[in-house]
Design a protein around this ligand. Structure first.
Ligand SMILES: Nc1ncnc2c1ncn2[C@@H]1O[C@H](COP(=O)(O)OP(=O)(O)OP(=O)(O)O)[C@@H](O)[C@H]1O
Ligand SMILES: NCC(=O)N[C@@H]1O[C@H](COP(=O)([O-])[O-])[C@@H](O)[C@H]1O
Ligand SMILES: [Mg+2]
Length: 385
């Protein structure tokens, strides 16, 4: 049963993190008459612009976060980013439901806890890894793993604070970069560099049962997504192996919602990388390819409503990144929209900084190669000033 927003008995979502992914979650929830409250660290974040109400707080602060959850008494608390005070979520579970559940959020926001679960408990194949809390330990970890290797803060996203160490002189630079990242870097993970053939996100919907979307292929630069496409064609055995891995990790995490299970494929091996207990940036392509986007699937899974993971057409997505630092930027998208089958979403972030994701280009086509061509062509025609 769904109530009426803003009135007694409303069904209420509290979304923690109000970026582009949260914005689409809110839009889908609004379509079903859900009352939406958006939270983030800055004013007029994308999801706040489409929610009923919003709060600007430091979400890593227990008191600030817990008092908002207490005050709002939402039916569902929906984390949208990693950097959230986990104790507030654990405590809030006594009177509300956290999606997928506070323990799963805790594990997936922390690369060490996730490795303990995925590699050590579930025995999933992952890149070899070590942890370090200071420069000395980082040097030792790199020595054990060899070159090249990848360093990441224990908690971060979109590649923030991540670097590849190719030789000894990169170590200190990588250490400083990781330490400066948003999120949490009191500990670092060092991973063996996997020279993969390709990488995929397998969107996995967990509600009353588990359903898989078609694999999404993607290209990342400096740990951040540039382009994705769906379906990513791969041999049936590897696809089944990817589904097995996704089913194992998602079942171990529990709860409901969509999960983005990231995997590398090298030769005939599927290697687990990480999992987001929420829609995934590379999954924005589903806004044009699937009968239900990953956001609609997330909302419906939360509400235990029927879902479909059906692919309607091949498609691609391409991130629109700012090439200037500018408050209240303007976008010229007219020429880009002349490219056939192209749609554009601008997130409306108030502040552009170089490299920040400000929008996304989507295109459908008869095959993924054509769709990739279309989004790349449109990307060249967008001007931000
Ligand atoms: N061990 C590795 N070997 C090779 N490439 C890697 C490795 N780890 C990460 N990468 C590359 O960096 C990208 C981002 O890594 P990862 O997903 O761990 O970072 P993240 O900050 O959590 O990103 P996001 O929040 O976007 O998922 C991967 O998709 C992959 O392209
Ligand atoms: N890979 C995770 C990811 O894409 N997360 C998305 O980016 C936003 C932060 O953007 P910002 O850094 O530009 O504020 C988050 O709120 C989320 O929507
Ligand atoms: Mg990732």
């Amino acid at each position: 049963m769904i109530g009426t927003p803003l009135l007694k008995g409303a069904t209420k979502f509290l979304i923690l993190g109000s970026g582009e992914l949260g914005k689409e979650i809110v839009i889908e929830a609004q379509r079903l008459g859900i009352e939406c409250v958006a939270v983030d660290r800055y004013q007029n974040a994308p999801a706040m612009q489409v929610a009923h109400r919003s709060y600007v707080i430091n979400m890593r602060d227990y008191d600030a976060l817990f008092s908002i959850i207490e005050r709002e008494e939402p039916d569902f608390v929906i984390p949208e980013i990693e950097a959230i005070n986990i104790d507030a979520l654990l405590d809030a579970e006594s009177f509300t439901e956290v999606i997928p559940n506070a323990e799963a959020v805790k594990i997936t926001m922390n690369r060490e806890l996730l490795r303990r679960l995925a590699a050590e408990k579930l025995k999933l194949k992952t890149a070899k890894y070590e942890f370090a809390t200071n420069l000395e330990e980082l040097k030792e970890a790199v020595e054990k793993l060899g070159y090249p290797c990848v360093v990441k803060p224990i908690m971060s996203s979109s590649g923030k604070g991540q670097s590849i160490i190719k030789d000894e002189k990169d170590i200190e630079k990588a250490y400083n970069k990781a330490k400066e990242a948003r999120g949490s870097s009191e500990k670092l993970i060092v991973e063996e560099f996997i020279d993969f053939d390709y990488e995929i996100t397998l969107l996995t919907a967990k509600s009353e049962d588990i359903k898989f979307c078609e694999p999404i292929g993607h290209i990342q630069k400096d740990g951040d997504y540039i382009m994705s496409w769906q379906p990513h064609n791969m041999p049936d055995e590897l696809k089944n192996e990817a589904k097995n891995i996704a089913e194992k990790i998602v079942s171990a995490l529990g709860g409901r919602g969509i999960f983005g299970v990231e995997m590398f494929v090298k030769n005939d091996e599927v290697i687990f990388s990480e999992v987001s207990p929420r829609p995934h940036d590379t999954g924005m392509v589903t806004m044009i390819t699937q009968e239900m986007s990953e956001f609609e699937i997330h909302v419906r899974s939360i509400l235990t409503l029927p879902i479909s993971t059906k692919l309607l057409t091949p498609g691609a997505s391409y991130a629109i990144k700012a090439n200037i630092n500018k408050y209240a930027p303007k976008y010229d998208i007219k020429d880009a929209l002349k490219v056939e089958n192209v749609k554009i979403r601008l997130f409306g972030k108030p502040n552009a900084t170089i490299g920040r994701r400000m929008g996304v280009i989507l295109a459908h086509a008869e095959n993924v190669d054509k769709a990739k061509e279309l989004v790349k062509k449109a990307a060249e025609l967008i001007k931000i000033c």
